[in-house]
Design a protein around this ligand. Sequence first.
Ligand SMILES: C[S@@+](CC[C@H](N)C(=O)[O-])C[C@H]1O[C@@H](n2cnc3c(N)ncnc32)[C@H](O)[C@@H]1O
Length: 282
Amino acid sequence: MPPTLREALDAATRELSSTSDTARLDAEVLLAQLLGKNRAYLRTWPDRRLQEETAQQYMDWVGQRARGVPVAYLIGEREFWSRPFRVSPEVLIPRPETELLVELAIAAITQENLTRILDLGTGSGAIAVTLALECPGTEIWAVDLSETALEIARHNAADLGAAPVRFLRGHWFDPLPPEVRFELIVSNPPYIDPADPHLSLGDIRHEPRQALVSADGGLKDIALIAEGARQVLVPNGRLMFEHGFDQAAAVAAILAKLGYRDIHQHRDLQSHERVTAARYLA
Ligand SMILES: C[S@@+](CC[C@H](N)C(=O)[O-])C[C@H]1O[C@@H](n2cnc3c(N)ncnc32)[C@H](O)[C@@H]1O
């Protein structure tokens, strides 16, 4: 006989407890998704039995989760800025830290009435699509090297009802038409040092390396973007990056050397300097 909801959850929680810090939550999120219900339903009807097919599928997902596959990849979704974004193993799972970059971008756009924005390395489109939804009337462009990522980003823009975002495939500034200029460039680029031991631990093992890793101790893409942005920003245009919690000084030095001014660094909820913003006077 297939298990009841309570039995299935208890067994899954036991299976996940040695590999996940959030075993019960993971077990509930996976089961709720399979049933097409919310987590409250699981607590309201603990004695209902699963259908045989659902029980099998649940065991398969729990097995994958026990091997470290992120919950977001199994259910195909992650919340960002209170909206559900579609994700797959071809895109980075949007992180709560990145909401700081979005918050600062929205503040700049609204205070200065900025109208043309570029998101470099858009991945699932979390930043570009959120800006398009929160700042109607702005023209948002978004670039990524990965065509699969762009397909997901296009779906997210359409599913969430964003005004058209111009998605372009290529290496940082390469796919942009030569004459176009931006008032703000935002980016959450790859910034992890290839030698960082965290890359072989936990959920991050299953995310695309191209989304995570950058040469020169994690700073190569930040330096490339800072260099190239000078040619596509309007005079006094702004550049904002997310970066590693220990990279703030290095990022500020790169920007200062390239002639950027008004370099400000912003702390996340853990009090780490995770976003650097600057202007380029030209
Ligand atoms: C850290 S992920 C950020 C994804 C998304 N913006 C977010 O914040 O969740 C970096 C993204 O940059 C893209 N990327 C890496 N190298 C690139 C390059 N040379 N040109 C354009 N995009 C690149 C990756 O494919 C990935 O989607």
